[in-house]
Design a binder for this molecule. Sequence first.
Ligand code: PLP
Length: 392
Amino acid sequence: MSDHKLHPQTLAIRAGIHRTAENEHAEVIYPTSSYLFDSAEQAAARFAGDEAGNVYSRYTNPTVRGFEERLAALEGADAAVGTASGMAAILTSCMALLQSGDEIVCSRDVFGSTTILMSKYLGRMGIKTHYVPLTDLDAWRAACNSRTRLFFLETPSNPLCEVADIAALSALAEGVGAICAVDNCFATPALQRPLDLGAHLVIQSATKYIDGQGRCLGGAVVGAQQHIDEVIAFLRSCGPCMSPFNAWVFLKGLETLSVRMHQHSKSALELAQWLQQQKAVEKVHYAGLQDHPGHALAASQMDAFGGVLSFQVRGGKVAAWKVINSTQLLSHTANLGDAKTTIVHPATTTHGRISPEERAAAGISDGLVRVAVGLEHIEDIKADLELGLSQI
Ligand SMILES: *Cc1c(COP(=O)(O)O)cnc(C)c1O
């Protein structure tokens, strides 16, 4: 065997393939809930865990396994496990790795459902979460105590594209005996590999860029075998696992992920620079811009800056709604990570459930508009935004 190491772009296409005797070229979908045993002896051995092999698709499914192997290769991890959605990945990680009395330190502006999971449901079970500003290392340190077991963060953040120092936060977590989990949904392994920077766990919502065309829900937890084994144990018994069809869509999505992420990033940077020149726009938030406070850090830990940006228009909510309501091409939806460009007003949708004070503290103003730049021609995206911007 040659010791030539394959590049990520190649692993995205070649890892996790298990051909059958039919010699099919594309990956196979295994739509089966259970598997046959050759003998009573084999059934007993499989149930006892003495023999490897499929038993039931809540435990293992070959298509899901292919996706898990390919994603683990891309994140540079021992192992990955597929889940029913991104939220199922976060829930499963918390259930597997935490217990009553443990505490979480979490960045303030994580995905809305993550906040609900932590504050409402984990809170009920005696797991307390402290929310801190993503980029304030001292605040993370101050929130730690002897019960801290998990750091949870997203970088770049939604919708302001703030950038966290993954290496510094991972080291801080390790120092207090906690696991540092990074929700890598916005960057994907094509642009950022948190485990290489010292993080212990990566969470993915495959629903977003890994699918890339808005077709199905899925997620994954990626990390060291010891952690993934615990996550799998919870998942097998409790059930929020990935469907084989969805795993197949994500396997195909991974093949084009790097090409897509670089094009999303290229268009987002061009759009961000154009928006900065529009007189109706007060501020543009995109880590690819030189004047963004997280630019240097993002440049050091990411290959490109991703497809999501936000901008603040003059005139608050009325103006922001005018921009959104004037679009004719862009998709008005809260989703992101699609070939289709999407636009949304965070203050009244994705971040509408948090109080106005908390929103203000997080810097999410009423004039803020978020765009997840898709793969259409950039001039068409600009022209569509100009319809509303020109009226402000
Ligand atoms: C969408 C999203 C999730 C949740 O993923 P689902 O697949 O919708 O459950 C988690 N984190 C981030 C950053 C997301 O954007």
